[in-house]
Design a protein. Structure first.
Length: 538
């Protein structure tokens, strides 16, 4: 009976182990009981089972006292014996020296094998737990990114958006520092990343778009340049990109940890990259919104300028006894640089003017307004003649850019005598079709206005006879090109005047731009087109 006692104790121990193994909540108790049996079996003072966790070993269960909580996985522990298992180690404190034969037996006895299997089970459960944690973390991360994306996309104000992006990025990554840079596009040499906002400290105000470190970072995934966030110990940065190219970059520094600050994890780069994708879309939407607002503003200004220019042009042709007069104007754009006017003067005389400002668009339209107001004021103060044009020239030269000038033909008609005085400041020669079919040209008598402040001008005179037809035009008529780059020319214009000399001027003035359009064959209008026609009754 006495000999059967150890067998009974062994059977009871195994029954206890089986019962503990069936209860998942008693996993640690099972390990500790196994260690307790192993320790007693091998006569050790203490025994502990350790599981690898990175470069360290963490204690999973212990029997006895005096064993550390953590072990350096690459170093031996003085005063202790150990057995290496896949993914872990068994550490024990022997009461006496253990011979190699005993150590070899301990490595292969049933209890040791059970401990190795239990450690493997612990490792698998830990891996499953880590995977579940990563899944849960990923879900939380995606939910946070979704919420952040909604918050970031909710504003189209670029300043508020930049601030929101920066604060959300710092919050997502638990960072102490942050900076947001926006790419400003210019010429190839002028592209640069401008600082749009910082958090927690100063940052470089801008980066050259051709900075080799920055370009390597944006194109190849190299580490962000250290001077991106000066003074940080740990730095993480990612580009902000859309399909058409980079839009900026975002950088965070010094991740918060229990010990102060620490490095960023690989998952943090993924999180920041996903957030940068959302930020890129939001920034692109804000940029397009700003462009749309700017375009709308420019369109309003252009519409207003076009309306002002329409107010400058004559509302209709004045009634002149014995003469028929009309004008026509079509800008190449919404507003243009051509100008004409028909206006009554002293003693029943008629004033005619056609001017062509160099250039197109808003600058040319502003000079048209300057020309209109200055000419009207001077005509009220001075008599028609070279002195008037010289004063107008000085005014234009003083109030315009150096590369701007105006060609102009200004004329005064005495309807009672038919005498026409005119001054041509570098403008295209007007065409005078006489009643007998002969053609004369009203050539230039001076430089364009605005080129030289002290320029001088000539006044000339001619008499219009019955059925004489005068055509003043801008170079948008004669220089209109065909698809083969052939200009419309003065010859075709003169032929049209001959063919329609007996038509009412309202019909003749419509036939000329129609013929110019047929010559161009649908090509876009390259320059403003203006006509003034004057005919003496037969």
């Amino acid at each position: 009976m006495e000999g059967s006692a150890p067998a009974v104790r062994v059977a009871q121990a195994w029954d206890e182990l089986l019962a503990l193994s069936r209860d998942e909540a008693s996993e640690r108790q099972l390990l500790e009981r196994l260690l307790d049996l192993w320790r007693k079996e091998h006569g050790t003072a203490a025994a502990g089972l350790y599981l690898e966790n990175g470069e360290a070993l963490e204690r999973q269960a212990v029997s006895g006292a005096g064993l550390p909580e953590l072990l350096d996985g690459s170093a031996a522990v003085d005063g202790f014996g150990s057995l290496r298992f896949p993914g872990g180690r068994l550490l024990y404190a022997p009461r006496r020296a253990v011979s190699p034969e005993e150590a070899g037996f301990a490595a292969n006895d049933p209890l040791t094998l059970l401990l190795a299997a239990s450690l493997k089970s612990c490792r698998l459960k830990q891996e499953l737990k880590e995977q579940q944690f990563q899944i849960n973390y990923r879900v939380v991360e995606l939910e946070a990114l979704y919420d952040v994306g909604l918050a970031v996309a909710s504003t189209l104000d670029l300043d508020r958006l930049s601030e929101e992006i920066l604060l959300r990025a710092v919050s997502l990554l638990d960072a102490r520092r942050g900076a947001l840079y926006i790419l400003e596009k210019g010429s190839l040499e002028e592209d640069r990343y401008r600082l749009a906002g910082t958090f927690g400290g100063a940052a470089a105000p801008w980066f050259d778009g051709k900075d080799p470190e920055l370009r390597a970072f944006l194109t190849g995934g190299n580490p962000a340049p250290a001077h991106l966030l000066p003074g940080t110990r740990y730095l993480l940065g990612v580009p902000i990109e859309v399909e058409s190219g980079p839009r900026g970059l975002i950088a965070v520094g010094d991740k918060e940890s229990r010990r102060g600050v620490g490095p960023f994890f690989p998952s943090d780069r993924r999180t920041l990259s996903l957030f940068a994708n959302q930020a890129a879309l939001a920034l692109e939407n804000a940029r397009l919104h700003l462009q749309a607002l700017e375009k709308e503003r420019l369109e309003r200004e252009m519409h207003l300028a076009a309306e002002i220019q329409r107010q400058i042009l004559p509302k209709g042709a004045p009634v002149v006894p014995g003469f028929e007069v009309t004008g026509w104007y079509r800008p190449a754009r919404q507003i243009g640089g051509d100008y004409y006017d028909l206006f009554p003067m002293r003693d029943g005389r008629l004033g005619l003017v056609l001017g062509d400002v160099s250039g197109k668009g808003m600058p040319a339209a502003l000079m048209v307004s300057t020309l209109h107001s200055a000419l009207r004021l001077l005509l009220d103060q001075a008599a028609f003649g070279p002195a008037l044009l010289e004063r107008l020239n000085r005014h234009i030269a003083e109030s315009s850019a150096a590369n701007k000038f105006i060609t102009m033909l200004l004329a005064e008609l005495d309807p009672y005598s038919g005498v026409l005085h005119y001054m041509n400041a570098g403008h295209n020669p007007a065409i005078l079709l006489r009643g007998d079919g002969s053609v004369e040209q009203l050539g230039a008598g001076g430089l364009p206005l605005g080129l030289l402040p002290e320029a001088r001008f000539q006044s000339r005179a001619l008499t219009l006879g019955p059925d004489d037809l005068l055509c003043i035009y801008s170079d948008g008529i004669t220089e209109a090109e065909s698809p083969s780059e052939e200009e419309f020319g003065m010859g075709r214009l003169t032929d049209l005047l001959r063919q329609g000399r007996n038509l009412p001027l309202s019909e003749l003035v419509e036939s000329i731009p129609r013929a110019v359009g047929e010559h161009s064959q649908g090509l876009p209008q390259g320059d403003d087109q203006t006509l003034v026609l004057l005919r003496r009754d037969g």
